[in-house]
Design a protein around this ligand. Structure first.
Ligand code: URA
Length: 208
């Protein structure tokens, strides 16, 4: 299934708190990080395990470890940075690749202006993070960039997804699984998700 809306009560509760009109920067940032942790937890739930024998406090013991899964987290600038620490709390050994995408105001198409990827993308699962899946242009462009560099396993974590962005991802990248705290109603005439969260970047960074 390419889109998964997480039904856990903690996720449902926290995304609701983020919709408050006069939420503080501190609270919005904290909730973004908390939801990023919970979405990362969900996105890793099928990682394969292997049994390893170790010396425990009372003698030899078999433990389970995640088997050879290497991850790169890919924040899309700027708002994706707000989710980075939360995801790294859950996957501390992950490497970070960063993507910056602007919109070309003439063509209205996404225009990448920055990329710094880890070198071994072919061996890693990429977890793209961006709070808002609106038109889907930036997410689809990031998937294009990762695939061109040899990445074959991509998942995306978003706080809120609009049907328009989900449709674009299904057309362009049906292999990419998207984990979201909420599927909202629609985009308004200037591209904001309704009911949405407003401008997530401004709310995380305290700009406006
Ligand atoms: N980006 C945002 O920050 N909010 C939206 O609603 C859409 C895109």
């Amino acid at each position: 299934m390419p889109i998964q809306q997480i039904s856990h009560p903690l996720v449902r509760h926290k995304i609701g708190l983020m919709r408050e009109a006069d939420i503080s920067t501190k609270k919005f940032r904290e909730l973004t990080a908390e939801l990023a942790r919970l979405l990362a937890y969900e996105a890793c739930k099928d990682f394969p395990l292997e049994t390893v024998a170790i010396q425990g406090w009372a003698g030899p013991v078999d433990i389970e470890q995640i088997k050879g899964k290497k991850v790169t987290v890919v924040p899309i600038l700027r708002a994706g940075l707000g989710m980075l620490d939360g995801v790294l709390d859950m996957i501390p050994s992950a490497k970070v690749s960063v993507v910056g995408i602007a919109r070309n105001e003439e063509t209205l198409q996404p225009a990448p202006y920055f990329e710094k990827f880890v070198g071994d993308l072919g061996e890693r699962m990429a977890l793209i993070i961006d709070p808002m899946l609106a038109t889907g242009g930036s997410l689809a462009a990031t998937c294009d960039m990762l695939k061109r560099k040899g990445c074959t396993q991509i998942r995306a974590l978003v706080l809120v997804a609009a049907p328009e962005g989900i449709r674009l991802m299904q057309e362009r990248h049906p292999d990419v699984e998207v984990y979201t705290a909420s599927i909202d109603s629609h985009l308004n005439e200037i591209g904001y998700i309704i009911p949405g969260l407003g401008d997530a970047g401004d709310k995380i960074f305290g700009t406006k």
